[in-house]
Write a protein that binds this ligand. Structure first.
Ligand code: 9MR
Length: 580
């Protein structure tokens, strides 16, 4: 008897505090006629003709179909088809759990307390307690399976029980991670790559070794890495003019192996300076360096570091956290607990950028971008953001080679997205890039905390998608247990939980990148350039206008009317246009 209807579905539900579970049914038995039989095999893969597995109604039901298994002197395992389009490797890697309901009746207790086995051919993917201890009811249970590589298009399941009678129902694969890491279209990296944007994560060399889920989580979901500490001055120049790039090199090599970019953090900071220079976070000068000596030290450091990483680092934080906290918004103040500020003064900033640019240009690395990076410089409603703007614009006007500013974005669920967008536009008007370099959004591990957190991450992702001057967003840690924020009990700031389950934050970032990438693809399809008889490109006077998400805003309007649209990005006559 053939299956009546080929049907399987992915059902999303079970929203836990952290991640969604994805279910993929192997078999519900509802699509088979009563009496349909399945083949049964022994553990070595030899068919057992004397055992039976037939579709029946569940005990006491006239509607709910399930499978009734009857074994003889050898335990038998029922063969079920793997859902279409899936391979055994993919299934067992992406869905590392199998769930099913099992039941025995009090009249035959041979199945009680026995092991369940999950086999692909004769390769065991799971063997362990079935959890079947009470007669007369279905018991639902999750079994964590092992990945297998030898498989056919079927999976075999059953209890290790002789002369037994029992029922099986609702057999399904369970993905506890909230997304399928082996399906690239479910990752932020895939869509960010399509948009030419960077989605990054900070990393330490000790997180790179091995091949487990956490390592995979880095390179499958992100296309950019930043050393959390590896490229700071205390790591790279532990002695005067004595360099050690080994930690940063490990990150660069890992990134290369996985076709990822690297951003450099950081060339000049008041913190994490080597002891031979002075004290971190201090304006004191215990070694008595003169201004000229300290300038030479900084120039040498920047030149050698930039040239060592030339072509391998695409963005540098040239100067980090040079602004003081508490700014009025008029002009700017520099922090005074910095040896650079105290001994060299304001000019160290300009010099650092010039040295970095010259060092890169001298070896032909013309594309590396140079950033001024700081925290609490996100919302235009904050005085420090205006101070950042004032400093960056002053530099730009003087011809200092600054490409943009980095908003570190160490924030919380109060993050003022509207104020941030205003700031992004201000930087855009000033001809500066504006990127998000160290994102963490503090939130409580509650449904509402995680939901609001996801909205903030999503909002940041939208700015990155929407603004050409915002090519990068980087999160400051892979999961909630790898964060410099140490109140893990009360705050879970990142996009993955410690077991690498995707949180809502990650899933909404994926969706946002996907939305813009698909809209961009749709726009490219209508981007048919026409030429007139002189070979010149025809410019349509009447155009259709769409939002980036494909919603039609206007049909056949005069091109000149486009300027009157509310400010934002549109697809006008098949081209992406920004209306101020
Ligand atoms: O995450 C970094 C942590 O491991 C270091 O101990 C700390 C030392 O200052 O620096 C942390 O990273 C900081 C980054 O370099 C600059 N912005 C603030 C980050 C969080 O403190």
């Amino acid at each position: 008897m053939r299956r009546l209807l080929l049907l399987f579905s992915t059902v999303l539900f079970g929203l836990s505090a952290t991640a969604k579970e994805t279910y993929l049914y192997i078999e519900k038995f509802t699509d088979f006629e009563i009496g349909h039989s399945f083949k049964v095999y022994d553990v070595k893969g030899t068919e057992i003709k004397s055992a039976t597995a037939t579709v029946q109604y569940a005990p006491g039901s006239t509607a709910n179909k399930c499978l009734f298994v009857k074994t003889g002197t050898t335990p038998g395992y029922v063969e079920l088809d793997i859902p279409d389009g899936l391979t055994g490797t993919k299934v067992t890697k992406s869905y590392d759990r199998i769930y099913m309901q099992l039941r025995y009746e009090s009249g035959n207790t041979a199945a009680k307390g026995t092991n369940l086995k999950v086999l692909y051919g004769s390769t065991e993917s799971f063997s362990g307690a079935s959890g079947l201890n009470e007669a007369g009811k279905f018991v639902g249970q999750n079994y964590t399976t092992k990945s297998v590589s030898s498989f056919k298009k079927t999976v075999r399941i059953g209890l290790e029980a002789k002369n037994a009678e029992y029922y099986i129902d609702n057999v399904r694969y369970v993905n506890v991670y909230g997304y399928d890491i082996n399906d690239e279209t479910q990752t932020a990296r895939y869509w960010a790559d399509k948009l030419g944007k960077n989605i990054g994560c900070c990393i330490s060399p000790n997180q790179i070794s091995g091949s487990g889920r956490s390592v995979e989580t880095f390179y499958k979901n992100f296309n950019m890495l930043v050393g959390e500490n590896a490229m700071k001055m205390d790591a790279t120049e532990p002695g005067n003019n004595s360099f050690n790039f080994s930690q940063g090199d490990q990150i660069v090599n890992f990134a290369k192996a996985h076709n990822m970019k690297v951003r450099g953090h950081t060339l000049c900071w008041h913190s994490q300076i080597p002891g031979w220079i002075g004290e971190s976070n201090s304006g004191s000068n215990p070694k008595g360096w003169t201004k000229k000596q300290l300038m030479d030290i900084l120039k040498n450091h920047i030149t050698k570091t930039v040239q060592h990483y030339a072509f391998n680092v695409v963005e540098w934080d040239v100067v980090n956290e040079t602004l003081s906290d508490g700014q009025s918004g008029n002009g700017y103040n520099l922090r005074d607990n910095s040896i650079w500020v105290k001994v060299i003064g304001r000019e160290f900033i300009d010099s650092a950028f010039v040295w970095a640019r010259r060092a890169a240009d001298a070896v032909g690395d013309y594309n590396v971008k140079l950033y001024l990076n700081d925290y609490n410089v996100d919302s235009w409603n904050g005085g420090k953001t205006k101070a950042m703007y004032n400093l960056a614009v002053e530099m730009k006007k003087k011809g200092i080679p600054i490409d943009g500013i980095g908003m570190q974005t160490h924030t919380n669920i109060g993050y003022d997205l509207a104020g941030v967008e205003t700031a992004v536009r201000k930087f855009q008007e000033a001809g500066l890039n504006c990127i998000f370099t160290e994102i963490d959004v503090k939130a409580s591990n509650t449904a509402s905390g995680l939901k609001t957190q996801a909205q903030k991450y999503e909002g940041i992702a939208e700015f990155v998608c929407k603004y050409d001057i915002s090519p990068t967003m980087v999160v400051w840690g892979i999961d909630d247990n790898h964060s410099w924020i140490d109140d893990h009990e009360t705050s879970v700031p990142l996009m993955f939980d410690p077991d690498m389950h995707a949180k809502q934050a990650y899933l909404s970032v994926v969706d946002m990148f996907k939305k813009y990438a698909e809209a961009a693809e749709a726009a490219a399809e209508v981007d048919d350039i026409e030429f007139d008889e002189d070979g010149l490109q025809k410019v349509e006077e009447k155009v259709d206008v769409y939002t980036l998400t494909g919603q039609k805003m206007a049909s056949g309007i005069d091109r000149s009317e486009v300027d009157a649209l509310p400010s934002g990005l549109y697809i006008v006559g098949g081209r992406k246009v920004y209306v101020k």
